[in-house]
Design a binder for this molecule. Sequence first.
Ligand SMILES: [Zn+2]
Length: 317
Amino acid sequence: MRFLFALFFLLATATQAGDIGTPSNMPKPVKASAHTYYVQGLAGAASSANQGFMSNAGFVVTPEGVVVFDALGTPVLAEGLIRAIRKLTSQPIKRVIVSHYHADHIYGLQAFKAIGAEIWAQRGGQEYLASEEAQLRMQQRREDLFPWVDEKTRLLPADRWLSGDESFELGGLHFSLHHVGPAHSGEDMVMLVKEDGVLFTGDLVFKGRVPFVGDADSAAWLEALERLAALKPAYLIPGHGAAAPDAAATLQFTRQYLQYLRQTMGKAVENFVPFEEAYARTSWKKYEKMPAFHEANRANAYNTYLLMEKESIAPAK
Ligand SMILES: [Zn+2]
């Protein structure tokens, strides 16, 4: 009896410690190719239920070190990713490539910085760091994702700000970084691992949930998707959702969603239909059952409506 009580007590405290110290959703790497791995966040917007694990990150193991792509949405998740990498290789984690400065991809950076990894990002990220939006987002996450995001969670600048495309070699593997923004954000960057044909796209590509469009320029985003297709990757790892060998098909979901927003909202603008009415009249059947629909779709449509108004006044070149 005493033993049972002790066991119960132990289990109870272990669960409690688990609630505070370690999220139950820890990143589990999936091997994508000879050298690349990725972890897939849960579908949906950031919430206490998913503990901020709702975006993907990846890494490439070379004989001379590890390159990480994106840092996940909380420091604890990033520490979990570091532990997972350590289980696969003893090579040092040399570099973190940041796809863009959105909370769910950068709040884990401090964990990588603490182990000496160098952070690389496109220069446009500086604008985000200086913005009020960045502060407001941090406040929101400290409330919604406490204790995973708290007063100790910091926004980190890159150690190396890039201005455009860049390439490097590590351990015999060739990496090319492409600045494809402004698209989903101003500073979007994708990474192609040439020998493996694997493309990490960041949030240019979403799968299995309604994309977060925010105030993105969807016309530029659609053009950027064509640039990704032209790289002809053998395997594509999106910012959200499952990776897939069929890169063309994986791009298609995001492309169609953006096109649908532009088409429906563009038509409303053309006919002077007010937004509320246009939104109510539009069929969202294809998307309304998907994760993040309630959090993202209306704002995506509204921002697209405003964008289409702007485009109708000053037609794009
Ligand atoms: Zn994003």
